[in-house]
Design a protein around this ligand. Sequence first.
Ligand code: MG
Length: 370
Amino acid sequence: MNVSIIIVAAGSGSRAKLNKNKVLFEIDGQTVLEKTVRQFLHIENISEIIVTASTNDLQIFKDILLPLSDKITVCLGGATRTESVKNALEFAYGDIVLIHDGARPFVSKKLINSVIDCAIKFGSAIPTLEMCETLGFGDDLIERVERQNFYSIQTPQGFNTCEIKKAYSKITNETFTDDSGVYCKFIAPCHRVQGEKKNIKLTYPEDFEDNKIRIGTGFDLHRLVEGRKLILGGVEIPHYKGLLGHSDADVVTHAVMDAILSAAALRDIGYYFPDTDPQYEGISSILLLEKVMALVAEKGYKVSNLSITIMAEKPKLMKYVPELSTNLAKVIHISTENLGITCTTLEGLGIIGEEMAIATRAYVALQKIT
Ligand code: MG
């Protein structure tokens, strides 16, 4: 059993407002088109992948796709989706053909295989999702329709190749937004398979927004000396020694600031608040953290969650954790639910174990401010 794949990507993607075909937009350094095509590359029984392109994109598509596999052909599409599929079907010689939107890069191998299996069995396979929203009709929404009988229709749609070719040959001048419409009209009712929520068609500008989490790490260590206050996370902790430094030497807040700056690919605290600058002498590091939050917000990010490990032999810090957590969470604009603080001794070993220093490691996740 041979399976042909047609990937329709000859549109302009005008709804995405990206000034180029939306399938040429990059996600994680790879074009949407390449991501989509790659999902089909290692599926069993696939003998060819036919991709439709507009005249403008033809050479670009070839440059991106032809090196991936010798199974790939790029052909010219038409003015409409219907015409593009009709052109591409000329090249399809598999027993089964799957027709897929180029702008659905998140299709899973599981869905592709289930469409192939169902198309082999029944001649057609259309992935659908049940409607979860209430459906209204007309501008005033007065009319309601029972959502139980409605489905949203996805791709890839699978068909017996001869039948779908026959269906397309019967089209005169109508246009269809998908292939199940053509099959239903000229051949037979379609078979449904369960679609996938993740298999979205990238359509609108917000679909292309960067929603990646950015991870950052920060580390700091300060020497413990007599005659200094011990400030951790902006909280003064009773102890006979304190941390030495130009500012208040708040080792926890310093590690947190570096983690946040690093996650945003900004420079470190030594760059923004040099210890040669008298304005930072004895300053509360919490005030510096406020400045760091402003810098990161300017870059368009906010903290999603934060994880801190404080390494100190003495004093025992456990009972101060809630206060530290509340204090930092307020400045970072997160809930204490998203802030984890653990404390550890170093079993008497090394400079921390011998109470010569306290150190902190922090990890942070940033997300785009929407
Ligand atoms: Mg420091």
